[in-house]
Design a protein around this ligand. Structure first.
Ligand code: CAA
Length: 258
């Protein structure tokens, strides 16, 4: 891997986009490498939470690589969008919980990458935006779809049409960032959140993720049915027995994740 760093500790994987000279812009190679890492992690039962961040102090990901994109034709442009959409969908759909630790610029494809994650933690230095129409293109890594689903259609259109870059506070206000931390605290807080999530019934956490993600793509009636099915499935797990027996016995549960 040339442009992706990978670390793991205590069930938490840390994936770092590492092209600091280009502010971690996503070229095809980086997208492919990210895809490989994500698919490897998806098969690892021992990894429960993934933290995605950017190398250096300035940028999470400053978008798709404009230098590479500038000479693309229509077919190649569509291929690049499809590649990124696939990788981001793999992130969104993996059973592990994914936290974006947004340490700086999250622009264009960077904002879109953060939106494919389950939770976005921002440093006070984070800046979010969708600058694409200023380059004569549209957000093509699923930004026109995930941004309105996260912040509502009106605000998404304003951000995409004006290309306004917003700071962490504004991202927090509109619901794009879940929490804001000082830069030096960001990864520590992401790991703390990961540990908190892992202390719960992690299989149930994963089913809750699936219920939210899949349910939002269904009509309400089907989504309720899907949720009820997953709720029922929880009763086949040891964690459900442990969680409820611990509650009744006034003890702390000792979940096994199965
Ligand atoms: N692609 C390629 N290179 C990039 C890049 C990008 N998206 N963003 C930054 N870089 C490169 C710069 O070209 C520069 O390289 P050189 O040192 O070789 O000149 C280096 O990173 C540092 O950048 P700047 O000198 O521009 O740093 P700055 O602090 O002055 O500005 C910035 C920072 C505001 C983020 C500015 O770099 C910028 O506007 N970048 C482009 C952001 C952008 O438009 N992103 C959207 C891309 S399109 C997209 O993502 C489509 C999609 O839907 C997926």
């Amino acid at each position: 891997m040339e442009n992706i760093l990978f670390k793991e500790e205590n069930g938490i994987a840390e994936v770092t986009i590492n092209r600091p000279k280009a502010l971690n812009a996503l070229n095809t190679q980086t997208l492919k490498e990210l895809g490989v890492v994500i698919r490897d992690i998806a098969e690892r039962k021992d990894i429960k939470v993934v933290i995605i961040t950017g190398s250096g102090e300035k940028s999470f990901v400053a978008g798709a690589d404009i230098t590479e994109m500038k000479s693309k034709n229509a077919i190649e442009g569509r291929e690049m969008a499809r590649l990124a959409q696939k990788v981001f969908s793999d992130i969104e759909n993996m059973s592990q919980i994914v936290i974006a630790a947004v340490n700086g610029y999250a622009l264009g494809g960077g904002c879109e990458l953060s939106m494919a994650c389950d939770i976005r933690l921002a440093s006070t230095k984070a800046k979010f935006g969708q600058p694409e129409v200023g380059l004569g293109i549209i957000p093509g890594f699923a930004g026109t779809q995930r941004l309105p689903r996260l912040v509502g259609k009106g605000i998404a259109k304003e951000l995409i049409f004006t290309t306004d870059m917003i700071d962490a506070q504004e991202a927090y206000r509109i619901g794009l960032a879940n929490k804001i931390y000082e830069p030096e605290e960001l990864i520590i807080k992401a790991k703390e959140m990961a540990a908190k999530i892992m202390s719960k019934g992690i299989y149930a956490v994963s089913l809750a993720k699936s219920s939210i993600n899949n349910g939002l793509n269904m009509d309400t009636e089907s989504a309720f049915n899907f949720e009820a099915d997953l709720f029922g499935l929880c009763f086949a797990t040891e964690d459900q027995k442990e969680g409820m027996e611990a509650f009744v016995g006034k003890k702390k549960p000792n979940f096994k994740g199965c």
